[in-house]
Design a binder for this molecule. Structure first.
Ligand code: SF4
Length: 357
């Protein structure tokens, strides 16, 4: 039991945390490894399932601890196979995650905060404001549910991206614990290549992720001048373009690792030919890949999608600077799978039904 008499949740605990907890109970480290595997490899939801533990140890665990489990309150399947889950957390907050199928890949995009305080002007989540950070249990809980959903269909989670609601690096400790669980051989066993943290550019935390985990880093640039980026992303006042580019230039991602620059193309804002050349000049000495993403129009934002073919123009210009750029497909458009949009819709629906402000 915790100090308040509430059972401590084991979901979201790293192997080291379990080892410390159990050593306080006089248990051997291998006990922590056994429970860790049950939690994340076998997706156990109760201690009764942990049949290789003695009955008395299982009882002891059940008296002190619990295992939280997230079930979605709503599931939507898009025509292109994208699946979106809306989860209601224990305190009533709503978060969402998405499974994006692509060939053999099954990528789960998870939320890391309820709301977000970064205030990006093009983002539906920003409009809802910041509510709170998610715990590692709530972050890993999203992956556990996606894994169960896929296993029932003969598939597995192959990749995880921290790219849903919230700024992952504004909740860096819980995100780092989640990465540790995802990349552990005894946990989800995903290689570092298969786990990506997407950030709006919190440079000190990017360095932390770079040095202390094996995850990939994707940074949203979205503009080629500070004036435009500041307009789109207020975080630019703290970490301007030069600081981000300096990070990308100074660190060698090394074999098996790469930096990705995300660039959302917004009609008439950041999608000119001059922008493409400026982007090429900024990134030409960085070991990066650029993801070009056409903006997903939504009712919460004044911004518009770029005309068809704009990504191709950017891709060709960047290629001349020796930069690999790929067009990322719009996925899940018919289920509003862009960040935060489903929750926005549901809040609106609730507001109408229950008079919520
Ligand atoms: S784009 Fe990401 S960082 Fe920016 S407000 Fe939305 S959730 Fe936050």
């Amino acid at each position: 039991m915790g100090v308040t008499g509430v059972k401590v949740d084991l979901k979201g605990k790293t192997l080291k945390e379990l080892t410390d907890l159990f050593s306080g109970m006089g248990k051997e480290p291998y006990r922590a490894r056994q429970v860790f595997r049950w939690l994340y490899e076998k997706l156990a939801t109760s201690f009764d399932e942990m049949t290789d533990l003695s009955r008395s140890f299982r009882q002891e665990l059940a008296e002190r601890f619990r295992i939280s489990w997230l079930d979605p309150s709503e599931t939507r399947v898009s025509g292109d196979g994208t699946v979106k889950f809306l989860f209601t957390l224990e305190d009533g907050e709503g978060i969402e995650s998405v499974i994006i199928p692509d060939g053999e890949r099954r990528t789960v995009c998870v939320s890391t905060q309820a709301g977000c305080r970064m205030g990006c002007r093009f983002c539906a989540t920003a409009g809802a404001g910041f509510v709170r950070n998610l715990t590692s249990a709530e972050i890993i809980g999203q992956v556990c549910y996606a894994e169960k959903f896929l296993r029932e269909r003969g598939e597995r989670v192959t990749n995880v991206v921290f790219m849903g609601m919230g700024e992952p690096l504004d909740n860096v400790d819980e995100v780092m614990k989640s990465i540790e669980i995802l990349t552990s051989e005894l946990g989800f066993g995903l290689g570092g290549k298969r786990v990506t943290v997407s950030t709006c550019g919190l440079v000190p935390e990017m360095k932390k992720i770079f040095h202390e985990t094996r995850a990939q880093i994707a940074v949203s640039l979205n503009a080629t001048t500070d004036r435009v980026r500041e307009r789109l992303m207020p975080v630019n006042r703290k970490y301007p373009i030069a600081e981000i580019v300096d990070f990308l230039r100074s660190f060698d991602p090394g074999p098996g690792r790469k930096f990705t620059v995300e660039y959302v193309l917004i009609d008439g804002v950041n999608d000119s030919v001059e922008d493409a050349h400026r982007l090429g000049r900024l990134l030409k000495r960085c070991r990066v890949k650029v993801n070009l993403i056409p903006y997903n129009e939504n009712e919460f934002s004044p911004f518009r999608s770029p005309p068809e073919g704009r990504e191709e123009v950017f891709r060709e210009i960047l290629h001349r600077y020796g930069i690999q750029a790929i067009k990322r497909q719009r996925r899940g458009g018919d289920i509003e799978a862009a960040c935060g949009q489903l929750r926005g819709k549901i809040r609106k629906k609730l507001a109408r039904q229950y008079g919520e402000k």
